[in-house]
Design a protein around this ligand. Sequence first.
Ligand code: HSE
Length: 435
Amino acid sequence: MPSPLRIGIAGLGTVGAAVIKLLDRQAETLARRTGRQIVIRGVSATNRAKDRGIDLARFAWFDDSVALAKAPDVDLFVELIGGEEGIALAAAEAALGAGKSLVTANKALLAKHGMRLAHLAEEKGVALAFEASVAGGIPIVKTLREGLAGNSIERVYGILNGTCNYILTRMEQEALSFAQCLSEAQKLGYAEADPTFDIGGFDTAHKLAILTSLAFGTAIDPASISVEGIEAITLADLDAAAELGYRIKLLGVAQRTPAGIEQRVHPTMVAKTSAIAQVMGVTNAVTIDADAVHELTLVGPGAGGEATASAIVADIADIARGVRSAPFGRPVASLIPARLAPMQLHEGGYYIRLSVFDRPGAAAAIATRMAERGISLESIVQRRRPGKAIDANGAVPVVLITHATHEKTIRLALEAAVTDGFLAEKPQVIRIERE
Ligand code: HSE
């Protein structure tokens, strides 16, 4: 049998501990599958004394993750520290710089420094693997990079943040408030340390940046993604969506358009009958539209120790076998710059919820503003909740669904409607994503 693969693991939180347990549990199977023993040589974390349910005395302890990354008897460094800068970046660079392969689950680090790290890995002839950085246990990186190498990809979209999907599911199913659902997600350990990363759409954007690079050969650049979070979604929107045959999901979408690759993260109306609409709770899903395979949807656990460990151990196994794919599926120098596609040019259907003063001519005026700009309405519903009188401000909810149109046209029509003085509140606009 060839020499063992010697690894160092930095970061022993939920995921790090789960990786050690999985490597222990599958040691024999992994040795058979890869033809090598996988041996943990050293570990590092902030708190040595914490009870993780693992016997750490078997491994060399390092207070300094950078020293572990550079240790002469470590061939592969697993970075599970987190954070886009600081010790995670220093240790990742130290490992690659010392000619060791790197496995990381750190989407924020990759979104910010992925190109630099990929250059370094290429220069040193070592692997940079990050299956766990997107959609937890779903093998989406390998699917895009290897499984679909013969396809031309048109669109990749998905539910990439379990916390947001959990919140939207609980709000829809239990009519709970946003704040209550967020607090539940935090207690269950799904949310990032700073939950604004989840609900503001930034975590999804980090993951989308990685998927876009794999799917379209663009350099990773989170600044080229238009990002909106779920903070403004109300129970009224979820109710109206349900009534009209839709669900609201926070999607990350990367799409080939005549103006280039459009990358966007925003709350989205999806048909209740679509595959993506069935994905509830903390589960993630990614759909790919490609010329040869047509449509492919992968669904699975997007967070959690064991699921994430499954992806990390798959990367470790690849490296044990001697597999060293180009991190983004092609030489780093051939990745093309990404650029921000202006959302004003986005074309699609729209959900618009208006709070309209209940006066003669109000609905007609709004419909006129739409018609003037050639916006075709799929449906228009004036709805008052059963038993509920007109709002205190004398307004009733009116929900419009449009056929495909440009975002700029919608925004101009709504500006005109606001100027007409029939609207009691700022309009709520949610894009519709068709299958
Ligand atoms: N906070 C992330 C989520 C964890 O909710 O999906 C996994 O990246």
